[in-house]
Write a protein that binds this ligand. Structure first.
Ligand code: ZN
Length: 385
């Protein structure tokens, strides 16, 4: 036993021995049957070559990992993207390389081996998918799959990265449905789901409940402010119209722990309808985000009409122009989304409006004035429970 170290000794002792003690023989361990084949040797060499390339695709470029993290999509989709970039999706080629005996031909088009590159780019069925998808793409021929992914995931328009990610995810689901449930791929049907998924994700507070790292256990959680995902800032805004021709706004930004990053108030001598005041509040907030170079922000407000108008679901002439301004600013921002919430989830911003009336326009970093701080404190306790 002295010839081997402990690890080696255990490996040897764990070799399953035949009870019949036949003669030793040579085995090619990359084929299930132990016989050498050109195909398995080819894949072995190919895998070796890939291994020589540092980190998948992007040779030391960490941007693609950061991009994945920033995509506004359910956690399972991000996890999927991570597996794609790691090249570990169990495509037929990948499984064959791992020693699973199967036919590596693409199950969708039956024309070419099913690599990730084929499945997501070159498969004829999938090229049709991309064309029909909400992005309406022609698959490029001058870049490889990872360059293509990097291009889309680093897009500054969050909806573009979101739709691209959801499309990849949908392709993989369609492929699995075809392989495991014998459903024939129907691009027309599945592409419709992409927009629905995106809309549901962006509209519902799903953005928060899906991604928040720790579940919040509280009986009245539905009525209380919820923290944003890790790495995001949630900015709550509110507006108020006062009798003496003052309109006031409040804005408060907190991190995933509920800790205040910033708060601001604004007071103007003007009168307008509450809805217009809310729309102007959103424009003020988005401009504020732009001026202060914030990114990864979830904006919440309790004016549902304004948010629906902003999302293009309804059209309200009174606030049309202000909403157009908002959209204009939004396109220069990175990872900023706007959600409607119930008033009871927007209490800190609501309280700041009162402060704005008394104090006028102010800016705080890391703290908030008195009546607001107690609300923040109570919400802080909620998210640490
Ligand atoms: Zn194919």
């Amino acid at each position: 036993m002295n010839s081997f170290n402990e690890f080696e000794a255990n490996q040897i002792l764990n070799i399953p021995l035949s009870w019949r003690l036949p003669d030793d023989k040579k085995v090619w361990s990359w084929e299930r049957n132990g016989n050498y084949s050109v195909r398995s040797a080819y894949h072995l060499l190919k895998e070796e070559t890939l291994r020589d390339i540092p980190e998948p695709s992007t040779a030391g470029n960490t941007e693609i990992w950061k991009s994945i993290w920033k995509v506004q999509a359910p956690q399972r989709v991000k996890n999927f993207l991570w597996r794609v970039v790691k090249r570990i999706l169990p495509t037929r080629c990948r499984l064959e390389q791992k020693g699973v005996a199967l036919d590596p031909i693409c199950p969708l088009c039956h024309d070419g081996e099913e690599t990730q590159e084929h499945l997501f780019m070159h498969c004829q069925v999938i090229q049709r998918f991309w064309f029909l998808s909400p992005l309406g793409l022609h698959v490029p021929t001058d870049v490889n799959f990872f360059q293509w992914m990097e291009h889309w995931l680093s897009n500054s328009n969050f909806m573009a990265t979101q739709l691209f990610s959801l499309s990849l995810w949908t392709i993989w689901k369609m492929r699995n449905d075809s392989v495991f449930n014998k459903k024939s791929p129907n691009c027309m049907n599945v592409v419709q789901n992409i927009s629905v998924m995106a809309e549901e994700f962006n509209l519902a507070c799903n953005l928060i409940t899906n991604v928040v790292s720790e579940p919040i256990i509280s009986s009245d959680v539905d009525n209380k402010w919820e923290p944003p995902p890790v790495g995001f800032v949630k900015i709550n805004i509110d507006a108020g119209c006062f009798k003496n021709n003052y309109t006031c706004w409040g804005l408060i930004g907190r991190n995933h722990q509920g800790v205040v990053q910033v708060a601001a108030t604004k007071r103007e001598r003007m009168s307008c309808s509450p809805m217009l005041a809310e729309a102007r509040g959103l424009r003020w907030c988005l401009q504020w985000i732009k001026d202060h170079n914030f990114q990864n922000v979830v904006v919440e407000m309790d004016a549902e009409n304004v948010v629906n108008c902003f999302l293009g679901k309804i059209n309200i002439v009174e606030i049309d122009l202000v909403v157009a301004d908002c959209l204009d600013i939004l396109f220069s921002l990175l990872n900023v989304s706007v959600l409607a919430v119930k008033r009871c989830k927007n209490m800190a911003a609501h309280s700041l409006v009162g402060v704005a009336m008394n104090l006028g326009s102010h800016l705080w970093f890391g703290n908030v004035p008195d009546p607001v701080s107690s609300i923040v404190l109570s919400e802080l306790i909620v998210c640490n429970e």
